[in-house]
Ligand binder design. Structure first.
Ligand SMILES: Cc1cc2nc3c(=O)[nH]c(=O)nc-3n(C[C@H](O)[C@H](O)[C@H](O)COP(=O)(O)O)c2cc1C
Length: 314
């Protein structure tokens, strides 16, 4: 009988401690809150990692309702980073995470560089936290967020300031709204990012024709789900060609084949978002699908698939 394939991936090879995940399937930020309720539905400990809700310095109530609208092939959300604030996360959630075997990564958001820095500094030495994901790509807040992800200078500033105050592995999550995603990726790599995650949602809107007004309370929101997959896949493909740090692929992944496409495009790991909203256990189905694919093809290490489609002749 063949031995089980090795699914372990290293997300932060240039970080002194590294960030090894047991497998490449992560749950994306904002999908499962802090993971605690999701853990009641799904065996979360089997995942590669959990990324928690975008967390700011002070608690945020988020945007006006309605905040979620279904669109063909996806959803528009304008949650607006509703969260408990960093102090409550440290007091109430981190002690739970410290008992988990699955690594938890804190998605950090802010309106100013100072806010990002203060939040990151507070996470220093807190048990239960394996890394920071810097969200410089949220399209649903009025100040900060995506502003940092579309301007190279600001992206560099926020990355280097956070890098200077944290010993945790640092992932920077990029926006598809950047004019050239490769340029921003290279800039944040140079500024100290250990890995890059792409993509966050694309800005969009929907109108209720009977009411003659926008469907979302915030007017605009971020579009995610299957319909953004080709955009995300192309951005991962292009970015993985130019950076040396790991790329995490995210955007419309709903089955094992989608995940494998991202890995073959150059992603070291994948994050599952919208697909989990309708089928919570889809992350585990995707993980099993990757394992079966490897067994079927006689592959021993998932790392052998990373970027496999980068050098094809077709
Ligand atoms: C309801 C909802 C809330 C989200 N909240 C966050 C967040 O707090 N921080 C963040 O970086 N991304 C957030 N995202 C973006 C996702 O993490 C992911 O990047 C995006 O949805 C694309 O992946 P998908 O198509 O698999 O959903 C959110 C997405 C949705 C649908």
């Amino acid at each position: 009988m063949r031995k089980s394939p090795n699914l372990r991936v290293q997300l932060a090879p240039r970080h002194p401690k590294g960030l090894v995940l047991p497998n490449p399937v992560m749950i994306a930020a904002g999908i499962a809150g802090y993971g605690t309720e999701y853990a009641e539905l799904v065996d979360i400990q089997k995942l590669g990692a959990v990324v928690c809700k975008g967390t700011t310095l002070m608690p945020r109530r988020g945007n006006a309702q309605p905040r979620l609208v279904e669109t063909p092939g996806g959803v528009l959300n304008s949650v607006g980073l509703e969260n408990t604030g960093i102090d409550a996360l440290i007091e109430e959630k981190a002690p739970i995470w410290a008992r988990w075997q699955v690594p938890v990564i804190v998605n950090v958001a802010g309106e100013t560089i100072d806010e990002y820095m203060t939040v990151a500094r507070k996470l220093e030495g807190v048990p239960g936290i394996s890394g920071i994901e810097l969200n410089i790509s949220c399209p649903n807040i009025s100040a900060g967020g995506m502003e940092f992800g579309v301007d190279c200078g600001l992206a560099v500033q926020v990355t280097s300031v956070v890098k200077a105050v944290t010993k945790l592995p640092l992932i920077v999550k990029l926006s598809p709204s950047a004019t050239d995603i490769r340029e921003i990726a290279l800039a944040v790599e140079e500024a100290g990012a250990d890995a890059i995650c792409l993509i966050n949602t694309l800005r969009g809107m929907a109108i209720d024709v009977d009411q003659r007004k926008p469907c979302l309370g915030n007017i605009t929101g971020g579009i995610s789900g299957s319909l953004i997959k080709p955009v995300a896949l192309h951005m991962v493909f292009e970015t993985a060609k130019v950076v040396r740090i790991p790329v995490i692929g995210c955007g419309g992944i709903a089955c094992a084949e989608d995940a494998l496409e991202f890995i073959m495009a150059g992603a070291t790991a994948v994050q599952i978002g919208t697909a989990c909203l309708t089928i919570p256990e889809v992350c585990l189905t995707i993980l099993e699908g990757i394992r079966h694919f490897m067994l079927d093809k006689g592959l021993d290490n998932v790392t052998d698939l990373i970027g496999a489609a980068q050098h094809s002749d077709c």
